[in-house]
Design a protein around this ligand. Structure first.
Ligand code: G3P
Length: 214
């Protein structure tokens, strides 16, 4: 399973990149708005820190404009992936960009039908927001199961990104289903590595080691 970090914060990205388990980064307009650095400069810096896919979102809403914006964003760095919200204009743009070899991450996907359309349009990635579905008392992980089954039926190459992750259990359930990628907020990434019994175990081993004759 590939781990992406769901942030535009350079400190968080540098920290997790140093752990040696980071495969990519996903940003969105809300995440970018929290950072003070100029947008393109920020993305270029992220692209230098992490060699894997860096998703950057288009804010245009009409296919022609999305394509123009996507081409401009793709020039920032070779590993930039273009994030496009699912919809008719987004599908038109995705189909055209994918045909020209531009990698698209179709985002804001909340149904299996949207994910199927994204794959048919040639999206390299599909981002399904499970936490936001859970927030509405729906089971977000059921959506991942459906998408994984559909893509498996037809051998679509589109990789499933499990997004809007709220806690470590989301990551585990996504891995059990076999989703290709989890894009994880920094706070959840930290929780994933922690366990109180590990801390207690280390403290006891160190205490006991103090009694060993060396
Ligand atoms: O990056 C997209 C997604 O992960 C956002 O999550 O927490 O805003 O629902 P959230």
């Amino acid at each position: 399973m590939k781990f992406f970090l769901d942030t535009a914060n350079l400190e968080e990205i540098r920290t997790v990149a140093a752990w040696g388990i980071l495969d990519g980064v996903t940003t969105n307009p809300s995440l970018v708005s929290k950072e003070s650095r100029p947008f393109k400069d920020l993305i270029a810096e992220i692209s230098r820190i992490v060699p894997g896919p860096i998703s950057v979102e288009c804010v245009s809403t009409e296919a022609g404009a999305i394509i123009g914006e996507a081409r401009e964003l793709a020039r920032i760095a070779a590993n930039v992936v273009i994030k496009i919200p699912v919809g008719i204009e987004g599908l038109k743009a995705t189909q055209s960009l994918a045909r020209d070899g531009v990698k698209v991450n179709m985002t804001l996907v909340f149904s299996a039908g949207q994910a199927l359309l994204a794959a048919k349009a040639g999206a390299a990635f599909v981002s399904s927001f499970i936490g936001r579905l859970d927030d509405l008392s729906q089971d977000g992980m059921e959506l991942i199961e459906e998408i994984a089954a559909i893509y498996g039926n037809y051998d679509y190459a589109t990789e499933i990104i499990v997004a809007s992750i709220r806690h470590p259990r989301h990551v585990i359930e996504a891995a059990l289903i076999g989703a290709h990628i989890a894009t994880i907020p920094f706070a959840v990434m930290e929780k994933l590595v922690q366990h109180p019994l590990t801390d207690i175990g280390i403290a006891k081993f160190l205490k006991d080691w103090g009694k060993v004759k060396t």
